[in-house]
Design a protein around this ligand. Sequence first.
Ligand SMILES: Cc1cc2nc3c(=O)[nH]c(=O)nc-3n(C[C@H](O)[C@H](O)[C@H](O)COP(=O)(O)OP(=O)(O)OC[C@H]3O[C@@H](n4cnc5c(N)ncnc54)[C@H](O)[C@@H]3O)c2cc1C
Length: 508
Amino acid sequence: MAKLGLIFGDQLNLDHAVLAALDPSKDRLLMGELADEASYVDHHIQKIMLVFSAMRHFARELNEQGWRLDYHRFAAGSEIRSFTDLLRAGLEGRDIDEVVVSWPGEWRVLEQVRAWERELGVPVTVLPDTRFLCPLEDFEGWAKGRKQLRMELFYRQMRRKTGYLMDGDEPVDGQWNFDKDNRKRWPGEPAPPEPMHFQPDEVVQEVVGDLAGVIEGFGEAEGFDWPVTRAQARRALTHFIDKALPLFGDYQDAMHDEQDYLFHSRISSSLNLGLLSVGEACDAAESAWRSGSAPINAVEGFIRQIIGWREYVRGIYWMKMPDYAERNALGNDQPLPGWYWTGRTRMHCLRSTIEATRRNGYAHHIQRLMVTGNFALLLGVIPKEICDWYLAVYTDAYDWVELPNTLGMVMHADDGLLASKPYAASGKYIDRMSNYCKGCAYSVKETVGEQACPFNALYWDFLIRHRERFEANHRMRMMYRNVDRKSSEEVEAIQARARWIKGNIEAV
Ligand SMILES: Cc1cc2nc3c(=O)[nH]c(=O)nc-3n(C[C@H](O)[C@H](O)[C@H](O)COP(=O)(O)OP(=O)(O)OC[C@H]3O[C@@H](n4cnc5c(N)ncnc54)[C@H](O)[C@@H]3O)c2cc1C
């Protein structure tokens, strides 16, 4: 009798709980490139290339370590489409007394796992996902009894727990958060470092061959340069720490139409696949601060994103699913504009961000939050439609991280569980933080009229439409004071312009 360990495609780390629980001399492993996983949304083609390539590399490593692994390669028309199909085939003709997996990254996969004992008649053990620092029970313990689940409080607890940037019980430099220093516009210099490119190796090329003519996906395959092995991911991390981290904080919120990455790390796809660990990313950043090669605002900002936001959104996801995905607190009813997929809009900020997304499978946080996200919020897009878009278009997108960021942080569809106020902003914010408005067909200075930046009328219209819900929010008082300064004629003109934009959205 033996155990069978199934390794999900986004859990490619040798410290995996399943590997620790199995004995390579008698137990077996199972991995599979599955059609259902490759098609549950219209993924960016680079995401599929990345995941399948990283899986094949990881499978090689497991074989080299002496594991007996059954690996199902993607094949058009294969009957093995889902994890359940894969496991059924893996169990056939074998004396397996237990299946072992680790907690998956998506609710829909957990539902499959929970049905296995009944459907396949085999005991199933689900181990914790050791890629995260905060076990799900600890998150629930933290959340229990709290009226508000503010990230900042969770983050402080994580700082104390991990000891990152701590001086005993106190934060180093006397402050928990240096965010106010991290809001500079990038003035065109210093030049950001060239990101580390990894030429597609023979494994990536093989995957491309297997996908050809079967899966087209969103975006462009050309230009694929993501790390597909742990060694490459480590090199990319070191490159970031040495070259970009020092200015990561200053320009964290900046955007520029000729700089796709500025000083961002591009490590999310590696972290989310298990190629890099949270600990090694944060250790490297803290060492850079301790050795004086990166300032505190950069290092604190970076560590906060990882042990704060990243762990926090995962905790929220698992605590609130499956109902969370259905929420639509603002009652949105607008379809997602078709040009989110093509980039064909006259708004330069959106065109530039979507074109870069098509090219790279990447946009940095502020582009996701304040450009594509903000526009969907102001327009009132149906949450499910915008969530599916975010889940599709980025190489780092998995439900556990995408959903709370989009549905909660961006769309406020969870009624403020995750963010104390919506991140609604007019074109002014985009103009302050980027060079987009200079090259735009619209005027960011105008609110109504044909040439007016659509963000402006939609912003005021959003505040007016949701007045009842938000006017008592103390963080939005100033916004409503500005609404009150508008005459009734101005309000009417704004609403008329917003109606026109909604009615002609594909031409905007
Ligand atoms: C609408 C929306 C959708 C998003 N969807 C995803 C997603 O599907 N997958 C994903 O990994 N991130 C997502 N994010 C968070 C964030 O935008 C990306 O993690 C980041 O842009 C990745 O680029 P980077 O590695 O260069 O990050 P950096 O800016 O260099 O930040 C360092 C790391 O911090 C972590 N991080 C930063 N912000 C967040 C956050 N809000 N939530 C979770 N982790 C964070 C990431 O692991 C990231 O690699 C989303 C944000 C928004 C607003």
